[in-house]
Design a protein around this ligand. Sequence first.
Ligand code: HPA
Ligand code: ZN
Length: 336
Amino acid sequence: MNEQLRQAVTAMPKAELHIHIEGSLEPELIFALAERNGVRLAYPSVDALRQAYAFKDLQSFLDIYYAGASVLLQEQDFYDMTAAFLERCERDNVRHAEIFFDPQTHTARGVAMETVVSGIHRACQDSPVSATLIMCFLRHLSEEDALATLDAALPHRDKLIGVGLDSSEVGHPPEKFARVFARCRDLGLHLVAHAGEEGPPAYIASALDVLKVERLDHGVRILEDAALTARVAREGIALTVCPLSNTKLRVFDQMRDHNLVQLLDAGLLATVNSDDPAYFGGYMNDNFIAVFESLPLTLAHAKTLARNSFAASFLPAEQKRRFLDEVDAYFAALPA
Ligand code: HPA
Ligand SMILES: [Zn+2]
C-alpha cells in the first residue's frame, strides 16, 4: 500500500458500527481495575494475559473475553473503559461510534444494570466523539434471560438506540430470540444481530425475516447464498465487517483470503469495524491498514467505505448528511 493511500485511509472521517466495549479493555486496564477492585486474575501479568490471546475460533475468544470483563464492578470502571475507547476513536478519526455492550456479562456477577449503563453512557456524554449505545443479548443464554434483561434496561430506554445479539453463534439461531426482538421493535429500538460470522447463511435469513434486523453484524458468510446476497444488496442492508477479528478467529485463514472486495463487488453496503480491538490486534485504522495492505483496494474503495460507515449508521438524517458531506469534502480536497 503506498504512503498516500495509507495517509488518506487513516485520516479520513469514519464511523464505527461494530465495537463491543468490553472488547476494548486493554490488558493494562484489566490489571489496573483488578488491583483497584481486589479481583484475582488467572494470569500473573499483563504479558501472560496477552500471551493467552491466541484464538482458534469464536468460543476460544469468548472464554477469555468474559474472564477479562470480570474486573468491571463499579460505575467508574465502565466509565474509564469507555473513555479510553473514545480517546482511541479520536486518534483514528472516528467521528461516530455505535457501541455494543453486554449487560448480562455483568448482571450475572451481581453488578446492577444501572451501574453498567450509567458508566458507559456518562463517558459517551463527556466525549467529543458522537457515541450511541446498542445493548446486546447473549445468545448462549435463554430468551427468558434476555426478556428479563430488557425489563431491567427499560428505565434506561432513552440511553439506548438499539439492541443486538452476540456471543456463541452456532447452535443459537436468531429465531431463539423472536419474542424479545418483537418487543424491542415495539419499543422503537433499532435492531441488529451477529449473523453469518461462524453460522450459515440460513442464520442471516432468519435474522432478517424473524428478528427483522436492520443491519447484519459480520455477515461475511452471505456470499455462500447468491439469492440472499442479491436480496441484501437490493434492500441496502449493511454488513458490519471486522477484518482483524475474522482472521484472529479463523473465519478466514489470512487477510489476503478475506472476502471484503467480493462483498463490495456484490453491491453490499459493507463497512469496516474493529469488533474487539484489545483482543484482535487493533482499532479502526489498524483494520483499514490491514485490508488495504492485503487486498486490491483503491482510493475509490476508501471513499465508499467511509461513506458506507455513516450511511449505515442510525444517526438522524440531518447528522448523517453532515457527516457524508464531510467525507465528500475530505476526498475532494485530496491531491489528485
Ligand atoms: O465477534 C463476536 N461474535 C460474537 N460475539 C461477540 N462478542 C464479542 N465479540 C463477538
Ligand atoms: Zn462482534
